[in-house]
Design a protein around this ligand. Structure first.
Ligand code: CA
Length: 498
């Protein structure tokens, strides 16, 4: 029997409609992702990881409603290497020149490189970064008076509002998409990481202009009464005010969320300035912690997290949003700056019981708070000892969004989504390489064992299952294990021709 032509028209039309609906349903099922990377917040710096001096109710709420990971690592123990590893799923030590970047560094990641942002963009996500970048801009020494590219936009972020480097480095301006915000063309910016610029006052020559004292390394250009690393002139109308940075980043994050539409997934990478130095809390947070300005900026950070959570609730996004809160390296009590409250800073021990601090290979350098919340998908109020690092987010987010990573990309990233989602028996990675600042030395985790290489070529070995505080170096008792782990680390290095 002949089938009327109109049958095909109808069925193909229905097929088309159902296909569209299926795609729409899939897009609606994809989780929004908000990745909050705080700065220099130690393992013991938030309430749900044992801090009892500072109060972090919003971060603690995330832990109550999500899972608290106890063996998550920042991959690097300082800013730039961790951010490099997070963005591209590749250990920073594989590439020379990826230590702490100056404020006029060129882009450290080639724009052709697939990134955590480009993979999500390819999955249909609206992608945005708000906050500290610290991975360089441009292909030649950046001119802050022109378009600054390539940068985050060229690496897959549809929207970008960044601090180019750090708060303690010039230039002290925000960059929105490709341009410095609020720059008066009649007052161009000049930046130098070599010679001083003219007779501009510096922290060394004009200490009377400082509102907080600084060590010699941070005693160059004076901006807002705070001396920095590097020299800068011009751009007066564009300079940020240190005490307003957290408010600005929160406002930009909220605005990004408000621009999103239901049914189209989004990815927000919020990299806070808090609690990096200089720690200049907004006046409303000063004195609230009893632990000096270091504790006060932890309160400010917690407020920022609260603003994001409140906005997700208000806009109806919370249920289908994966929120991760973590830190880019361990904490430290430092005397880089002296704000007059330094004597109180140590009342809040940054890394709890862990040995070492920011910049070191001991656990205090890189074991960081890591909390993940996704209502109905990630167990609430749970704890996980799965081993993972920020370097794993690229493959993990790709897995959660059914995206393929191009061959050769994200070589060090492991899909830890099973552990993130709390699947029974999921233990995260088998092994993980950790670095301080630079190509060497490194540390290697294999299960509970940790091989730590010293600058003098010697190795230490710890069993973190029984000795989390790294008090007992058992390298001499376990020569075979040291040999095997040294060989494994050498094999990792060899992958990148080192
Ligand atoms: Ca940092």
């Amino acid at each position: 029997m002949a089938v009327p032509d109109c049958f095909f028209v109808k069925t193909s039309g229905l097929f088309f409609v159902s296909l569209v609906l299926a795609v729409a349903a899939r897009a609606a099922d994809l989780p929004n992702i908000v990745f909050i990377l705080s700065d220099d917040v130690g393992y013991g710096d938030v309430g749900c990881y044992g801090a009892n001096q500072v109060k972090t109710p919003h971060i603690d709420r995330l832990a109550r409603e999500g899972t608290r990971f106890t063996d998550a690592h920042s991959t690097g123990s300082v800013c730039t290497p961790t951010r490099f590893a997070f963005i591209g799923g590749r250990y920073a030590w594989r590439q020379a020149g990826t230590g702490i970047a100056p404020g006029n560094a060129t882009l450290l990641i080639s724009p052709e490189t697939p990134t955590v942002a480009s993979v999500l963009k390819q999955a249909g996500y609206q992608t945005g970064i708000v906050g500290k970048w610290h991975l360089g801009l441009g292909t030649t020494t950046p001119d802050f008076n022109t378009d600054l590219k390539p940068g985050p936009i060229e690496l897959g972020f549809g929207y970008s509002f960044i601090i180019p480097a750090t708060g303690d480095r010039v230039p002290c301006v925000f960059v929105e998409n490709h341009r410095v915000v609020g720059l008066d063309p009649a007052d161009p910016i000049t930046v130098s990481y070599g010679k001083p610029l003219g007779n501009e006052p510096t922290g060394l020559t004009h200490p009377e202009k400082l509102i907080i004292k600084a060590d010699r390394n941070h005693s160059q250009a004076i901006v807002n009464g705070v001396s920095r690393i590097g020299y800068m002139t011009g751009g007066k109308a564009a300079l940020w005010k240190d005490e307003d940075i957290a408010d600005t980043l929160a406002r930009k994050s909220v605005a990004f969320l408000e621009r999103q539409k239901s049914g189209q997934p989004f990815f927000l990478y919020l990299a806070t300035h808090d609690i990096h130095e200089p720690m200049v809390p907004h006046p409303r947070f000063r004195g609230t912690s009893g632990c000096g300005w270091r504790g006060d900026v932890i309160h400010q950070l917690d407020w920022t997290v609260g603003e994001v959570l409140k906005t997700l609730d208000r806009l109806g996004f919370a249920k289908n949003t994966l929120v991760i809160f973590t830190s880019d390296n361990g904490g430290a009590i430092k005397n880089t700056y002296d704000d007059g409250t330094n004597h109180l800073h140590a009342l809040q021990p940054p890394n709890g019981i862990l040995r070492g601090n920011k910049g070191q290979l001991y656990e205090g350098g890189h074991r960081v708070p890591f909390i993940a919340r996704w209502p109905g998908k990630i167990p609430a109020g749970a704890e996980s000892a799965a081993l993972m690092g920020h370097v794993d987010m690229m493959r993990t987010f790709a897995a959660l969004t059914a995206q393929k990573i191009p061959a050769g990309a994200a070589p060090d990233s492991v899909d830890v989504s099973a552990a993130l989602l709390g699947r029974k028996g999921a233990k995260g990675r088998e092994s993980l390489v950790l670095q301080n600042n630079g190509q060497s030395p490194l540390a290697l985790r294999v299960g509970a064992w940790k091989l730590l290489q010293k600058p003098n070529g010697a190795s230490e070995l710890y069993n973190l299952a029984t000795d989390l505080t790294e008090k007992q170096d058992v390298a001499a008792k376990e020569p075979e294990r040291v040999k095997a782990m040294t060989a494994q680390l050498a094999a990792e290095r060899a992958k990148s021709g080192q």
